[in-house]
Design a protein around this ligand. Structure first.
Ligand code: NAD
Length: 251
């Protein structure tokens, strides 16, 4: 899909991958509804987009709350007349104490943000996008959702759920011209790792990490790709080349 003139919604847009992708979408000519729990960092993203002569409307809210989610999607319709592209990206790590000692309420929160909100966000998006003749939904999964992650198994379960939820919706391209796909980043240098409660998560940053702008580039590639339905695009390279999903790597 061409991005110029389209309307996009990005969740988790206050920081890291969401911020970089919202900026890139605006630079490519989309009007962007930017959403995040953190109103302060969200204003920072809005300023960056404005400074780049882009168009953005911030909506502070929690993607696990139905009324907040409705406000995010409703803003796209009210401010820009509809919606074409959705990036379900907000996410957290579970933190301490490490599983299996994690209290139920804490790992429920991980599942709510990292998986439930993706399923609900996709559900709300489909009729909005198909009503405009079609669109693209990109979900943020993770390499942890393919390989597993012993230091945060609930996070791995949520991201694995995102991968298989996405793959299960490949049929929507033929049925409603809605492409549902996901991006599976490796280690990206953002707050989720830098500010993690678990020191073992910090150690991931000792591996070669990927700048969030590269993940934004991979998301753009997915949006532009007319054959992306059901794809789970792995992004582990750091050389800025175009990302390919080898057939053998398909689940
Ligand atoms: P980040 O912490 O910089 O950004 C996450 C954003 O999500 C934050 O701005 C945060 O405020 C927001 N958020 C959290 N809970 C929310 C909620 N309930 N409602 C609305 N917004 C909420 O981290 P990031 O790396 O940019 O993370 C973006 C996505 O990428 C996440 O889904 C994460 O799991 C995924 N991811 C990150 C890495 C990595 O190494 N950084 C790797 C693979 C996948």
């Amino acid at each position: 899909m061409q991005i110029t003139g389209k309307v996009a919604l990005v969740t988790g847009a206050g920081s890291g991958i969401g911020r970089a992708t919202a900026l890139r979408l605006a630079q490519e000519g989309a009007s962007v509804v930017i959403a995040d729990l953190n109103a302060g960092t969200l204003e920072g993203t809005a300023r960056m987009i404005k400074d780049a002569a882009g168009e953005a409307t911030p909506v502070a809210g929690d993607v696990t709350r139905e009324d907040d989610l409705q406000a995010m999607f409703g803003t796209a319709t009210r401010a820009y007349g509809g919606l074409d592209i959705v990036f379900n990206n907000a996410g957290i790590a579970t933190g301490l104490p490490v599983w299996p000692d994690t209290p139920v309420e804490k790992w429920e929160r991980t599942l709510a943000i990292d998986l439930w909100s993706v399923i609900r966000g996709t559900q709300i998006a489909i009729p909005l996008l198909s009503g405009r003749g079609g669109g693209v939904i990109v979900n943020t999964a993770s390499m942890a959702g393919i390989m597993g992650i012993p230091m945060d198994p609930v996070y791995g379960a949520a991201k694995g759920g995102v991968v298989l939820f996405t793959r299960s919706l490949a049929y929507l391209k033929a049925q409603a011209n809605v492409t549902v796909c996901c991006v599976c980043p490796g280690v990206v240098d953002t707050a989720i790792l830098r500010e993690a409660e678990d020191p073992r998560v910090h150690k991931l940053l000792s591996y070669p990490s990927i700048p969030p702008e590269e993940i934004a580039g991979a998301v753009m590639q997915l949006i532009h790709d007319d054959d992306a339905a059901g794809k789970a695009l792995r992004v582990t390279a750091t050389d800025g080349r175009s990302y390919a999903e080898p057939d053998a790597a398909r689940l």
